[in-house]
Every structure is written in structure tokens, then in C-alpha cells.
Design a protein around this ligand. Structure first.
Ligand code: FPP
Length: 257
């Protein structure tokens, strides 16, 4: 089997992206525009998560990865952080039941050591409960950072093979240790809220992803907005380093440049 977290092969470019990764931005501005407290934006943001999970499953997406809380988000006002933690906890309790009923597998990636013991236990329970599900895999990136991920992967790689010859290290030695080694690289990256940045999300895996930015604030992002992103994705020509002519007639060529 081709190694799923590397760019050594050229994946199929199917109609529906196999893996969609989203930075859900704009909750605060959505609320401020309506003269509501920022936390109201997060509550509505959770409704958008439900809608997008449902729409992704219905359209045949296999992996949906959501950036819920970055390593930098701890810098927010203490009340907002604690509200997000409570929201996260209640989502883990309530939404997981529905996800499980819909054959959805839930995974959480990031440095979870900074979360309370209660949240860590809820995460472990939710993952264990849904581990055998074969439908959509929803990954929540929580206290996640792409640089953290690369560093923890390098540490694990070196701890497992301390005698590794540095001149001979290849992608395939590192990628099994990335937090999302179970998933193919995202075909489509979406960021809502108008900013056009990757913001320390999946740095390794976004190397060849199609990038889609929209001004829509996350609480307003729904199935119709997801379809717009998919329509844009379908128009892209994914070359993975090849020429346009090769993409039209691939003739067994693989490999990236
Ligand atoms: C970004 O908007 C959003 C967040 C940092 C939190 C994301 C949380 C949710 C969507 C709800 C809960 C989700 C789960 C999976 C439990 P922002 O606050 O940075 O918006 P702004 O840029 O307008 O200030």
C-alpha cells in the first residue's frame, strides 16, 4: 500500500475530496457584527460543525479535519478559553452519541496534556467508542500546531531508532509518527473568515493540498458553502509536480517534484 502520509505517490483526484481540512475562523467577528458576546459565535460555530459533518458524510468525504483550538488560542481571555473548554466537553458528551449512531469515527489530535484530566478522559472514551466505525473519520485538532506535530514526530522517530543514519532519513521514516498518520493528506484545505493563512495547521500534509479561502464567517458556513468549495476544487488541475500534458494522459507516471 502506498504510504498514506507521504507525497511519494500521486493520489486519485476524485470528484469529492477524500480528505477535507478546515480552519474554522470568524466566530468572534460573526458575534460582534450582531452585538453579541464572542462566545455566542462559538455556540453557533458548533452548529456549523454539525452541519458540515453531516454534509461531508452525505457527500462521501472520508476524512474531515477541523482546527478547533490552536496552541496559540490559550492566549485568549480566560473566560473565552474556559467557555471553549466547556463547549468542547459538552460536544464530546452529546455529539459523540450521534456520531456513533451515524457510523462516524472520532479522533482528536494535538498536545492533549494541557487539557483537564476530565477532558482527556472524555476524548479517550469518545475515540474508543467510535474506533470501529467505518464511515466518515472526523478529526478534531485541539491544542494542535503543525510545528509541534513535526517535532513530536521527529522525537518519536529518533527514540524508536536511535542509531538512525541522519544522511539516510527518508519521508517514510518520519510520516508514521505524525499525529494524523492514519489519514491521507488533505485534498482540500478550507479557511473561513477572510484570512489567507495556514496558521500552523497541518504543515507537512498541506504541501500539495488545494487551498480555498472564503470571507464567510464560520457560523454561516453550511452545506451550500461546502458545495461551493467542492465546486472550486473540481475546477483545479492537481498536477503533483507533473506537467499539464501528463495530467491529461498520465501513462503510468507517478512521483512528485
Ligand atoms: C475561530 O474563530 C474559532 C475558534 C478558535 C474556536 C472553534 C470552535 C468552534 C467552531 C466551536 C466548537 C467546536 C468543536 C469541535 C467542539 P475566532 O474566535 O478566532 O473568530 P474571530 O477571528 O472572528 O475572532
Amino acid at each position: 500500500m502506498q504510504h498514506i502520509s507521504s507525497t511519494l505517490g500521486v493520489p486519485d483526484t476524485s470528484y469529492v475530496p477524500r480528505h477535507v481540512a478546515i480552519i474554522m475562523d470568524g466566530n468572534g467577528r460573526w458575534a460582534t457584527q450582531r452585538h453579541l458576546p464572542r462566545i455566542a459565535g462559538h455556540t453557533r460555530g458548533l452548529e456549523a460543525v454539525r452541519a458540515v459533518v453531516e454534509a461531508s458524510a452525505a457527500r462521501g468525504v472520508q476524512y474531515l479535519t477541523l482546527f478547533a483550538f490552536s496552541s496559540e488560542n490559550w492566549r485568549r481571555p480566560v473566560e473565552e478559553v474556559s467557555f471553549l473548554m466547556r463547549l468542547f466537553m459538552s460536544a464530546l458528551r452529546r455529539e459523540v452519541v450521534k456520531m456513533h449512531a451515524n457510523n462516524i469515527r472520532l479522533k482528536v489530535v494535538g498536545d492533549l496534556s494541557r487539557f483537564s484530566a476530565r477532558i482527556q478522559q472524555l476524548i479517550r472514551d469518545a475515540e474508543a467508542r467510535t474506533a470501529g466505525n467505518t464511515g466518515l473519520t472526523v478529526t478534531i485538532a485541539a491544542n494542535y500546531g503543525g510545528r509541534w506535530d513535526l517535532l513530536q514526530a521527529m522525537r518519536k522517530m529518533l527514540a524508536r531508532s536511535p542509531m538512525l543514519d541522519v544522511d539516510k532519513i527518508e519521508e517514510g521514516e518520519l510520516t508514521p509518527h505524525l499525529a494524523m498518520a492514519y489519514a491521507p493528506e488533505p485534498d482540500l484545505f478550507i479557511r473561513t473568515g477572510g484570512e489567507q493563512r495556514i496558521s500552523n495547521f497541518l504543515l507537512w500534509q498541506l504541501a500539495y493540498s488545494e487551498l480555498y479561502f472564503t470571507d464567510v464567517f464560520w457560523p454561516d458556513f453550511d452545506a451550500a458553502e461546502l458545495d461551493k468549495a467542492f465546486a472550486s476544487y473540481r475546477q483545479r488541475e492537481r498536477r503533483f509536480g507533473r506537467t499539464s500534458a501528463q495530467v491529461v494522459a498520465p501513462s503510468g507516471l507517478s512521483g512528485t517534484a
